[in-house]
Design a protein around this ligand. Structure first.
Ligand code: AMP
Length: 190
């Protein structure tokens, strides 16, 4: 069992890289952003609750997010491992993930961070917003708010995982293939 947290700011390329890594390492990919967008599209109860936060570029409250993540994991317990993309994003989520995985005698194996400069990422997201249809990618103010959320609530996870010797930063600037290679170098040594 190998459980990887793919970490990084919005636009860092987590989703793109997850698409390659899940096949290469036979991992179950869970993107909390994608699961939330599925609920929004289908107008489920969770979707109705999450929409207001997502459209504003705010994090969805921990209680809803943790419950949703646990449900997703429970649906795939026969896997060789998980690739968590966009989760955890707060210390409370990270602690809940540790406790939850421990109930199955599992743990986070490594957190791998895609690093890139904010201004590069903001331009990338604005570009993506032209075609993605995502409201949170189309407005610079909402994008900047997502970075405020990241800096306040998500960045402390760097220390959380570093203390456990599980944090692996990777340069996130380069071609998609180059970055997959850098991530693979880390995963192959785990
Ligand atoms: P993403 O696709 O990962 O950029 O996520 C899009 C939006 O979904 C975020 O801006 C949040 O509103 C929400 N979201 C996704 N994952 C989480 C999470 N782990 N905690 C709270 N909100 C989340």
């Amino acid at each position: 069992m190998i459980n990887i947290v793919l970490f990084g700011k919005p636009g860092a390329g987590k989703g793109t890289q997850a698409e390659f890594l899940k096949g290469k390492y036979n991992l179950t990919h869970i993107s909390t952003g994608d699961v939330f967008r599925y609920h929004l599209k289908n107008n489920t109860e969770l979707g109705k609750l999450a929409r207001i936060f997502m459209d504003a570029g705010d994090l969805v409250p921990d209680e809803l997010t943790i419950k949703m993540l646990q449900d997703e994991v429970e649906r795939h317990t026969d896997t060789k491992g998980f690739l968590f993309d966009g989760f955890p994003r707060t210390i409370a989520q990270a602690q809940a993930l540790d406790v939850f995985l421990a109930t199955k005698s599992w743990e986070v194996t490594a957190t791998i961070a895609l690093e890139a400069n904010d201004e590069v990422l903001i331009q990338r997201l604005l570009e993506r917003g032209k075609t993605s249809g995502r409201i949170d990618d189309q407005d610079e103010e909402k994008i900047r708010n997502r970075y405020v959320e990241y800096n306040e609530k998500t960045a402390p996870l760097i220390e959380y995982y570093s203390k456990q010797n599980k944090f692996y930063p990777v340069n996130g600037i380069g071609s998609i293939a180059e970055i997959t290679e850098r991530l693979s170098t880390v995963i192959d040594k785990l």
